[in-house]
Ligand binder design. Structure first.
Ligand SMILES: [Zn+2]
Length: 113
């Protein structure tokens, strides 16, 4: 017997699989089987270059010279950045750097302090 989760809408145990979807025959609710496998784990985990999990408010250092888009400024390797904020997107860290201002960084180019 497979162990399908009960219907999240009406709690029916008679759910069945239809491709990648789960379907409830009692209330006709359909949902994704993959999403229900990891309840409460929808928050994206952002890690630095060495695998430390980053959180809002962390202090990081830059591990590589980074050019600031649209200017001649460069964020030098070793630059310390306080109070980062994690965001969605290709550049997943929002922060403010002394002497440069607000900018976005990629987590792969930073290291938690
Ligand atoms: Zn249902």
């Amino acid at each position: 017997m497979s162990t399908l989760p009960p219907c999240p809408a009406c709690n029916s145990e008679y759910t069945y699989e239809d491709g990648t979807q789960l379907v409830c025959p009692e209330c006709a609710h359909e949902w994704s089987a993959t999403a229900s496998e990891a309840p409460g784990d929808d928050a994206k985990v952002i890690k630095d270059s060495v695998g430390n999990v980053l959180q809002d408010g962390d202090t990081i250092t830059v591990i590589k010279d980074l050019k600031v888009k649209g200017s001649s400024l460069v964020v030098k390797v070793g630059t310390k950045v306080k109070g980062i904020r994690l965001v969605d997107g290709d550049h997943d860290i929002d922060c403010k750097i002394d002497g440069i201002g607000a900018m976005k960084l990629k987590s792969e180019f930073v290291r938690k302090v």
